[in-house]
Design a protein around this ligand. Structure first.
Ligand SMILES: O=C(O)CCC(=O)C(=O)O
Ligand SMILES: [Fe+2]
Length: 487
């Protein structure tokens, strides 16, 4: 593996990266096609040679004597073996597809490294745990209530099992090993195993280990290797129910992501005509999400053409991390993001729209953040203010409000949640969520802790504008807000 470089693109952390990886796999296959074409051409040429010599006559000694007794045959035999053989020898020894092999080296140089792989395993784990998905469903293409025509391979299941085992999650390790054991064998297992290794090697032993260790940790001391083997005859549903009984209860984060916060009432949807004069002409579809702190969702406020434009920012994307760098520690990547500085007409139009929606004043120099999520990546729980930036000392002031546009199609997962106040917002492409992070006096409001949830299926793009306090000093926000009641 190369030396660790945290700015290097991680394929699994964004759909942009995953698309690059898919492109790489297609190149790999294209290369192999060219290579195998050349190999078959060579095999065909050699077959022609074989056919020309191996005529199926001259079986017996008498027939052979007769053959060499003819001068025309004898001379031909002599000439071929003297003149042609060295040339055939040279041909046979020439490497097939030199160019393709060189290209293959280049392709392999771009293959995901072990850190990439680890990020993907962490992402899968996040999806699995956050949504309480189970190996027995995932392995067969079931994601919550949706059945996909996709199956994990025996090697996929094994790899997931090994990761859980290493992480000390013996319950899930056991379930994934079980899926690998029960998987139907690969059709060409024998050849594959010589190249890729035998996935069944030690599999049952590891299954037994994981299951027994899980048993011990939950006070079930009666499990032994023998009765673990018997467990394989029970249904996956029974086993997982028994084993999951010891799982800790879900955290507020998990409850929120699963959409299980209590239903809210007294919230309305209406048209907003009033924030700015513009809205009298083009009222906004507005959905109240919460009154205090004020959170509201606007629909149909970002258009497909603008989304195309913002996706172009992906060329400048960098890794986003959940914690600050500490020495050489490898940090958890949360997504890929970019600062959209370039002052295009689209950006100007979006800024104007933010002002129209919220009444906020924005300076054109202010940044806008584009983010793209990938395999189980998240923007973990955080406040948009930091101890440094909410202080008025910072020239723009703290992030009074945040406006978050949803710019991707999400089929499952990927909500934005406020776990301290039991709020889950399901993203809809083209909608924008607005909330206030600070009280009117500029003090932070800790109820605004928020997070994104892992995407299950979908292409999650967002555009965030943190609206700073200082430029808003002389305008009223949409709704009058209380000053902080210090708690
Ligand atoms: O994408 C999300 O749901 C949250 C994004 C966020 O918290 C932010 O951009 O500050
Ligand atoms: Fe945030």
């Amino acid at each position: 593996d190369r030396p660790y470089d945290e700015h290097r693109e991680r394929y699994s952390s964004s759909t942009v990266g995953l698309l690059k990886l898919l492109e790489l796999e297609l190149q790999f296959i294209e290369n192999l096609k060219n290579y195998t074409d050349l190999l078959s051409a060579k095999a065909n040429t050699l077959q022609d040679l074989i056919d020309s010599v191996d005529r199926g006559t001259e079986k017996t000694l008498a027939e052979r004597e007769k053959y060499v007794s003819n001068p025309l045959n004898a001379f031909g035999l002599m000439r071929r073996t003297h003149q042609d053989w060295p040339k055939w020898h040279h041909y046979i020894n020439t490497t097939v597809g030199r160019v393709e092999l060189q290209a293959l080296d280049d392709i392999l140089g771009k293959a995901p490294d072990s850190q990439d792989m680890k990020e993907a395993l962490i992402g899968m784990n996040r999806i699995e745990r956050t949504y309480a998905l189970e190996a027995k469903d995932l392995a067969k293409g079931r994601l919550l209530d949706k059945q996909y025509d996709i199956q994990l391979s025996i090697r996929d299941c094994l790899s997931l099992g090994q990761h859980k085992f290493q992480e000390g999650d013996f319950f899930r390790a056991s379930m994934w090993y079980r899926m690998a054991i029960k998987h139907q064998p690969e059709p060409n297992a024998e050849e594959l195993n010589t190249i890729l290794g035998d996935p069944l090697k030690d599999l049952k032993l590891n299954y037994a280990k994981a299951t027994i260790i899980h048993g011990l940790s939950t006070g079930n001391l009666s499990l032994s290797i023998q009765n673990v083997a018997e467990l394989l005859n029970q249904t996956d549903d029974d086993i997982s129910r028994e084993m999951a009984a010891f799982e800790p209860s879900p955290t507020p984060y998990e409850i929120g992501c699963r959409g299980l916060f209590p239903k809210r009432t007294k919230l309305v949807c209406r048209y907003n005509f009033t924030t700015t004069p513009f809205l009298r002409l083009a009222p906004l579809k507005m959905e109240e999400v919460n009154h205090d702190p004020y959170i509201v969702l606007y629909h149909e406020v970002l258009y497909d053409r603008e989304i195309e434009e913002l996706k172009k920012q992906s060329k400048n994307m960098i890794n986003g991390f959940s914690e600050p760098q500490q020495e050489n520690k490898i940090r958890e990547i949360i997504a890929r993001h970019a600062w959209w500085w370039e002052q295009t007409t689209t950006r100007a139009r979006i800024y104007q729209r933010i002002t129209d929606i919220t009444g906020f004043q924005l300076f054109v120099q202010e940044e806008l953040n584009v983010a793209n999520y990938g395999l189980g990546t998240i923007f973990g729980p955080h406040y948009d203010y930091t101890p440094e930036n909410y202080d008025i000392g910072w020239f723009m002031g703290g992030p009074l409000g945040t406006i978050l546009f949803y710019a991707g199609d999400l089929q499952q997962g990927g909500a934005t949640i406020f776990p301290s106040i039991n709020i889950t917002v399901s993203p809809r492409k083209g909608s924008a969520l607005l909330w206030f992070n600070l009280y009117d006096d500029g003090e932070p409001d800790p109820r605004t802790l928020h997070s994104s949830c892992p995407v299950i299926e979908g292409d999650r793009w967002t555009l965030t504008k943190w609206v700073h306090l200082v430029p808003q000093m002389f305008i009223l926000p949409c709704q009058p807000r209380k000053v902080s009641q210090r708690v």
